[in-house]
Design a protein around this ligand. Structure first.
Ligand code: SAM
Ligand code: SF4
Length: 327
């Protein structure tokens, strides 16, 4: 009989794993990675593909059906399309998605599509070339937009555009971003900045709630549901031709319905994005643990999964930048 699935200490069903396949990145988004960041994980510590596959088989045996590859920039990991194809072949793997900054999409979108990747989330905070270059510290807006258009032409399902909501500047970018997403059939998602590392804290924070109210009014949007929508709350146009999502970890968190854990490139299972609680799976795997021993360790770890993040109460808590855990 199939196992009924992994449930944490608060009764939440855990059926979603986010895997950071690299902590390296070709951009330096101001709210994410410090400009001169060098503190990368040693290659000898990176989980190999066979190790990732083994961990996923174990999770799949307990009902995991949803995986996201992230980073750093996941498309920089050599052989990423091969890894995606291996993951898609696992039993019960219903939904494989990737979060990317889009710089490599023009080159890699076809291979990812062929590998069976179901969905893409692409980060894009502005359509203004100069502003983009100063935000990500590289002049690559055109490359990202061409990559996005290529992915759309290949028929990836609804592509989501992740826009981090920066207090000083994002409001002025919003109309252009909405027009762009409408024209291309992308789903725009606004994300409140999280105080991850010094960079995340320096970005400041503004609640999205006033923007949600204003957009509802202005475009006549109504509450809606989007497939694979995760913790975002969505508003849709009455005709259904446009959706916009809001990820509001600070102004309205969704921790009660959290269904995920995260694996970093060094093989550490992070039980909560906003906490330090973790389990070193690499040590177990490389120490010769059997599948039963790994399962027992995950069973015990899930009972320690924190109830919620404390971004609001303890903003200084996390030293790791978002690029380490993968958002
Ligand atoms: N490099 C890929 C990308 O940019 O999509 C994947 C990794 S990135 C860390 C994943 C997501 O985290 C991106 O959408 C990014 O905008 C978001 N992110 C990074 N730092 C953040 C922060 N301090 N607060 C909120 N979101 C953040
Ligand atoms: Fe790189 Fe993504 Fe972080 Fe930007 S948000 S620095 S693209 S990992």
């Amino acid at each position: 009989m199939p196992h009924q699935g992994w449930v944490d200490g608060f009764g939440r069903r855990i059926d979603y794993l986010r895997i950071s396949v690299t902590d390296r990145c070709d951009l330096r988004c101001s709210y994410c990675m410090p400009e001169h960041f060098r503190d990368y994980e040693e290659p000898a510590h990176w989980l190999r593909f066979d190790e990732i596959e083994r961990i996923l088989r174990i999770f799949a045996s307990r009902g995991l059906g949803k995986v996201r590859l992230t980073g750093g920039e996941p498309l920089l990991r050599g052989g990423i399309a091969d890894l995606a194809a291996r993951i898609k072949r696992l039993p019960g793997m219903a939904d494989l998605s990737i979060s990317t900054n889009g710089t490599q999409l023009l080159k890699r979108a076809q291979a990812l599509k062929d590998a069976g990747v179901d969905r893409l989330n692409v980060s894009l905070d502005t359509l203004d070339r100069e502003r983009f270059a100063s935000l990500v510290r590289r002049d690559v807006l055109k490359q990202v937009v061409l990559g996005l258009e290529k992915a759309a032409a290949l028929g990836f399902g609804k592509i989501k555009i992740n826009m981090v909501w920066l207090p000083e500047t994002s409001a002025a970018e919003l109309d252009a971003m909405i027009d762009f997403c409408r024209a291309h059939g992308f789903i725009l998602r606004l994300i409140e900045t999280m105080p991850m590392g010094g960079t995340g804290r320096a970005a400041g924070h503004a609640s999205l709630q006033p923007t949600i109210a204003a957009l509802r009014e202005r475009y006549g949007l109504i509450d809606g549901v989007v497939a694979g929508g995760g913790p975002a709350r969505y508003l849709v146009s009455p005709s259904g031709d446009f959706s916009i999502g809001f990820i509001t970890p600070l102004s309205q968190h969704f921790c009660e319905t959290c269904n995920r854990v995260r694996l970093t490139v060094d093989g550490v299972l992070h039980l909560c994005l906003g906490q330090e609680d973790q389990l070193d799976l690499r040590a177990l795997l490389r120490g010769g643990a059997s599948d039963e021993e790994v399962i027992a360790a995950i069973d015990a770890a899930l009972l320690r999964k924190p109830h919620r993040h404390e971004f609001g109460e303890k903003p200084m808590k996390l030293v790791r930048p978002m690029s380490k855990t993968g958002g």
